[in-house]
Design a protein around this ligand. Structure first.
Ligand code: ADP
Ligand code: MG
Length: 215
């Protein structure tokens, strides 16, 4: 059975004249361990798709099955736990907590789930992303690229089964992009990685298979 199955997914924001059909009957399948890039122009619904896959927003209609579990057939509390344990979503705009340091941001998701982070693992991730010196910094003291990498590290710390990355390479120079991609490949080994991007050059450099969203 496929790791991820999306069937006839539709998302409409708002209603009446103001309704926006962000996704219209999207179906796709991702096999276990597959790395896939969702490509599409700005406004084609990439972020919407990732939010629905990540369980943070509800579809208007359609069905998502992740590792045998039908996401939106679960009770709200079950979905919350499933999301925390199984899905790592990195938002397009990072969503770091401004009042917490980089290190605290990394360990927060585990604490919320009643688990503790392995300090050696946290340090290793920070080092591998070139953030050793930023451990005690606050989000406002980071550049865009650094904030992006903190969000990436925060997702990797909790070892989710599926990694969902929304425009993860924005603002990274080619060298940093290759480093981040290598880390995702290594840490993501055996996991599923789905990333959304409008950046053809980044995808060409990574050589990942592409699912194209229509506008
Ligand atoms: P992408 O990530 O590919 O740029 P999005 O998923 O962000 O696309 O947006 C798809 C469409 O849905 C756009 O027309 C956008 O304006 C609209 N949209 C996204 N989020 C909302 C929202 N919360 N409320 C209303 N419209 C939205
Ligand atoms: Mg987007």
């Amino acid at each position: 059975m496929a790791f991820l199955q999306v069937e006839q997914l539709t998302k409409v924001y708002g209603s009446g004249d103001a309704a926006v059909r962000a996704l219209d009957g999207v179906s796709l399948t991702v096999e276990r361990g597959e790395f896939v890039a969702v490509m599409g122009a700005s406004g084609s619904g990439k972020s919407t798709l990732l939010h629905l896959l990540g369980g943070v927003d509800k579809p208007t209609s359609g069905r998502i099955t992740l590792d045998g579990v039908s996401l939106y057939d679960q009770k709200e509390e079950e979905l919350t736990v499933f999301r925390r344990r199984q899905i790592g979503l990195v938002y397009q705009f990072y969503n770091l907590v401004p009042l917490l340091t980089v290190e605290e941001n990394l360990t927060l998701p585990l604490l919320l789930d009643g688990r503790t982070a392995d300090p050696a693992r946290v340090l290793d991730l920070l080092a591998r992303l070139g953030l050793e010196g930023k451990r005690r910094a606050f989000p406002a003291q980071l550049s865009g690229g650094q904030a992006q990498r903190v969000a990436l590290a925060r997702m990797l710390v909790s070892r989710p089964k599926a990694l969902l990355l929304d425009e993860p390479f924005t603002g990274m120079d080619p060298e940093t992009l290759q480093k981040a991609a290598a880390l995702i490949r290594e840490r993501g080994g055996g996991k599923n990685v789905l990333l959304a991007t409008h950046d053809r050059d980044a995808i060409a450099a990574l050589g990942w298979p592409v699912i194209q969203l229509a506008e």
